[in-house]
Design a binder for this molecule. Structure first.
Ligand code: F6R
Length: 608
């Protein structure tokens, strides 16, 4: 939520920052701005409501030449999207500029205090107080002033601060919001994530909460808030700048849907050994796993739907109570948690504030916490005893696709491995699962090959008033995810419902304008699902079914069918969701929506 980028070095900073902002735009696109200290030593600021393209237009012939600067793309929290509320924000003297991701929770009190002290604050944002606090604390050393100001802040922040009179220096700080340092050859960067800077350097320092980074062209010093120098390792980013480009596709979402076979292969790499699933990331906690007597999964949005598959399998294979809870609710009614509870936090970004808070609560109560994330170095990895990475590569479109299918594949592997370690997964079942997992990438590819016919069907359904998605058992998470995709990118109402619940209320929504989308793949609950499908058909709803190749019955019942290959039931969620992703994509395109950057959303949700 909000993307920030800073640069100091021999390149012209303006284009580096604008390029970084374009790559960070998925984090928020309510406004964008940059600040530079120009060659003449002046502070240049340009900021606009709207997307980075609006800022670029406003810059006309481009920003002035500069060796240092910072930039921001915003997802509004405090203060509506406007030029005035756009970041960067400055102090009274106009020498200090700040960009911020997060929320300063005590900003009203700080604002009153600053105004009483003679400061003039111009915007409605929480961020502006930071510039003025740094101004008060400044005695010629920007890092010292930032550290002093941080002591006054409550809430969450990733900050980058620049002072006109120290024109080769930027100071960054983080607490509960992501910030990394890019270590280049004679140049340094600060950024919300690696996508912004990977074209320039792959060497990064993942800052931890409480860290303050003081960067200059040839150095990056990390301290704590008291100024004590910390030894933070430099990590190497494993993917290239091209991985975060559209590569000829009309949208990132379409590209990422097509990347799913490769992403599934990557997610399984090193984890299928002979006839067994083995996640070596669990080795260090193997002894503790032996004693678990319940499993709690926590996640938000798409990740929550993926976690439902995991909870069902942990319960079935381990024979212990297992459930999944939306992370934002978990804290209000926490279950009994102790050292025998395995808590699994599923989060693509690793930065979702609600998931992190829930994982922290679980850790504080003694649980074994395992993170399942796509982001090496992310905050969730610090709350966890073990981290299992999706290995899906960067996902840029706001609507998750390849990270959903890899989350499902990885929670399945996780449940299988824990069950095997505890001696509760028969070798035969493990072997069968491994074989099915190995088939998945090519089956996913076969499903994606049908994109043209899905596009054609989407054309006939794109003017619907709304959609009702239903599924049972492992089809239920696919229905939820399919409905969420429609909502997010086409701004149409779609309900994802447990098929058996249809008759308890939402069936009244069905009519010829509201199609029923039924996940009806081969399963133990197939017949019951068909009954629900018939209930919809009897209400004149058009029925769009996702069904298993070779199902001759469904063709007679449904108006249209998306065919998927057969697989094991727990893996059917993965194949069933693919046509629903494509369907949502083409409906949104036909309705002229901004597929990659849908309104009101941001990819990484770092506020609670
Ligand atoms: C939907 C989507 C969101 C995220 C949710 C959690 O397409 O992307 O629902 O799944 O915000 O994000 P992570 O997985 O980063 O914790």
């Amino acid at each position: 939520m909000c993307g920030i980028v800073g640069y100091t070095g021999p390149r012209d900073a303006g284009p580096v920052l604008l390029d970084g902002l374009r790559r960070l735009e998925y984090r928020g696109y309510d406004s964008a701005g940059i600040a530079l200290v120009t060659e003449d030593g002046d502070l240049f600021v340009e900021k606009r409501a709207g997307k980075v393209a609006v800022l670029t237009d406003a810059l006309g012939g481009g920003p002035p030449t500069a060796g240092v600067g910072l930039g921001h793309t915003r997802w509004a929290t405090h203060g509506r999207p406007s030029d005035l509320n756009a970041h960067p924000h400055s102090d009274c003297s106009g020498r200090i500029t700040v960009v911020h991701n997060g929320i300063v929770e005590n900003f009203r009190e700080l604002r009153d205090e600053l105004v009483a002290g003679g400061h003039t604050l111009r915007s409605e944002t929480d961020t502006e107080v930071v510039a003025h606090l740094v101004e008060d604390a400044y005695e010629g050393d920007l890092a010292a002033a930032v550290r002093a100001a941080l002591g006054r802040l409550q809430g969450a922040y990733a900050l980058v601060v620049m002072h006109r009179d120290e024109p080769d220096r930027l100071v960054g700080a983080r607490l509960n919001a992501p910030l990394i340092v890019g270590v280049g050859d004679g140049e340094s960067f600060l950024a919300s994530d690696a996508a912004a800077i990977v074209a320039y350097t792959k060497r990064v320092i993942f800052l931890a909460d409480g860290d303050v980074a003081d960067i200059r062209p040839g150095s990056a010093v990390v301290t704590d808030r008291s100024g004590a120098v910390l030894d933070r390792p430099i990590d190497e980013i494993q993917w290239s700048a091209e991985a975060a480009e559209k590569g000829g596709y009309a949208h990132f979402m379409l590209k990422e849907i097509h990347e799913q076979p490769a992403a599934l292969t990557a997610a399984m790499t090193g984890r299928l050994r002979g006839d067994a699933v083995c996640l070596e990331e669990l080795d260090p906690i193997a002894k503790r796993l032996a004693g678990i007597d319940r499993v709690e999964m926590i996640a938000c949005g798409t990740a929550y739907y993926a976690s439902l598959v995991g909870a069902a399998l942990f319960q079935e294979w381990l024979g212990v109570p297992a459930r999944s809870t939306v992370a934002s609710e978990f804290r209000y009614s926490p279950p009994p948690i102790d050292a025998r509870t395995l808590v699994i936090a599923v989060t693509q970004s690793g930065e979702t504030a609600d998931t992190i808070a829930a994982a922290r609560l679980a850790g504080d109560r003694g649980a074994i916490v395992v993170a399942l994330t796509n982001t090496v170095g992310s905050a969730i990895t610090r709350e966890s005893h073990a981290s299992v990475f999706l290995q899906a590569g960067p996902e840029v479109a706001v609507a998750a696709t390849k990270t959903f299918v890899t989350q499902v594949a990885t929670v399945v592997m996780l449940a299988a491995d824990v069950a095997r370690r505890l001696g509760r997964l028969p070798a035969e079942k493990d072997r069968e699962l491994v074989e099915a997992l190995r088939r998945l990438p090519s089956q996913a590819a076969r499903t994606i090959e049908k994109a043209a016919s899905i596009e054609e069907v989407a054309g006939r359904y794109a003017s619907a008033a709304g959609y009702m998605y239903i599924g049972r058992s492992f089809g239920y998470p696919a229905a939820l995810e399919g409905a969420l995709k429609i909502k997010e990118i086409s701004y149409l109402h779609a309900e994802g419902y447990a098929a058996g619940e249809l008759k308890h209320g939402p069936i009244s929504l069905l009519d010829p304008e509201v199609p029923l989308v039924a996940v009806a793949t081969r399963s133990a609950v197939y017949e019951k699902l068909i009954s629900n499908l018939m209930e919809g058909k009897a209400r004149d709803a058009r029925v769009l079914a996702v069904a298993t190749e070779g199902d001759t019955q469904i063709e007679r019942l449904a108006t249209d069918v998306f065919w998927v290959p057969d697989t094991l039931e727990p893996l059917s969620t993965i194949l069933a969701v693919i046509p629903l992703q494509l369907f949502a994509y083409y409906v949104a395109v036909k309705r002229g929506r901004d597929v990659d950057q849908p309104r009101n959303l941001a990819k990484s949700v770092t506020v609670e």
